[in-house]
Design a binder for this molecule. Sequence first.
Ligand code: 13P
Length: 253
Amino acid sequence: MRRKIIAGNWKLNNIVRDSVILAQGLKPEVASVTDVEIVVCPVYTALESVGKAIESSNIKLGAQDMYWEDQGAFTGEVSGMLLKDVGCRYCIIGHSERRQYFGETNESVNKKVKAALKWGLRPIMCVGETLQEREAGTTFDVVRDHVEGGIAGLSEKEILDVVIAYEPVWAIGTGKNATPQQAQEVHAFIRGLLKKQYAAAAEEIIIQYGGSVKPDNAAELLSQEDIDGALVGGASLKVDSFTKIVKAASAKV
Ligand code: 13P
């Protein structure tokens, strides 16, 4: 039985004060949910304050990106070592916005995934096709490329700490989510790929869906066999909508 993970990707939003208000608002609302792993990923500058706000709660801290080197002459970068230092447990890696605007490649994703694991951070590795790629019929090729490139060289023990987030680019921030069937099809494909390399671990690996997840579509998406959680953008910025998505993932609420 895979434990679902609901993660909020706050993207480039909220000054420190508003990030803390959001985290504090969330805390009591989700306190009763014990069967779902809950993660929030604020901007770097709010990590420490949000970390303090959620201390001794059931909400975990995550970052939105990291560099693979630990320290040195890499102006502007933030490493896994620094994220660990401020209490992060997760780090989103290879988000499509980073691939699109910041030149992220499968190679850089792979280095970051390995560095995250080295520091005991669980990478949330994002994969997914653009609308153009879907329409060209290359969805599975693109997803295979992202998955295999991103996890290249990981041991069976390491892969268990990796979370894969399938985020079709055309569904991100568009209000147009993949249908549960479309998402399930790709999730099953990803698990099939993992099975070839990691026969025993594949059934344990968490595969999240992301792209316009909202309170009104969460339950159906999350009821699919191979959908083990959600990576939520817009709807994670409000206590009410994020709470509803967390509760949709819980079997007990
Ligand atoms: P939206 O939920 O706003 O579509 O964003 C999804 C996303 O990119 C999460 O990483």
